[in-house]
Design a protein around this ligand. Sequence first.
Ligand code: DC
Length: 212
Amino acid sequence: MKKIIITIDGPAASGKGRIAKYVAKEYNFIHIDSGLLYRKIAKLLIDKKTDLKKSNQVKQILIKNNNFSLRDNNNLRNEHIGRASSIIAKMNFVRNHVNKQQILLTEQKTNKKGFVIDGRDIGSVVFKNADLKLFIDVNPNVRAKRRHKQLIDLGEKSIYAKILKEIKLRDKQDIIRLNSPLVVPKGAHIIDNSKSFNKTLIKINHLIGQIT
Ligand code: DC
């Protein structure tokens, strides 16, 4: 039976990951966090002391490592890795590599009902024919407050003004890049996630109810 594909795109710290986790649990889907795949590559490059400006060095590391698990880890969630992943996400060959991984993951045999994939270009580039496309929208100040709290909860040092600046910078990098910039995908439903999470879930459940 054909598996359902739901895409969730949106800017950094918009809550798309939390929504994707909810959908996976509630509807028995596999969750693919594409940002995590970029973060894993960024961490690997940093660990190997690769010069991110030298595409040849980045390519060499990618060729040798093409098996990235979906396992999350708190040490991938800091701003240093976030910044580096935003830089490597501009490179065409890195994007192709990550996109291929995502498609392979959705071709695996599973008894789950489908896949929920979150990122920046999932509904616009990687899964253009998805059954449902969502775009999560939240004002940068609200996102910065949430990210700040998340980092403090993880035991990291965080200054709100710095986080807000980082978020705005990352938005800019994600929106103006030539390869797969962050856009509202064609046919996507825009979900305002700046109020309570429960309100967001009501909208999401309603939309999923129409395709399942
Ligand atoms: O969602 P995140 O913060 O974990 O993503 C980390 C970085 O990866 C983000 O700055 C941009 C990039 N990314 C991307 O370009 N395309 C995706 N589909 C997912 C993430």
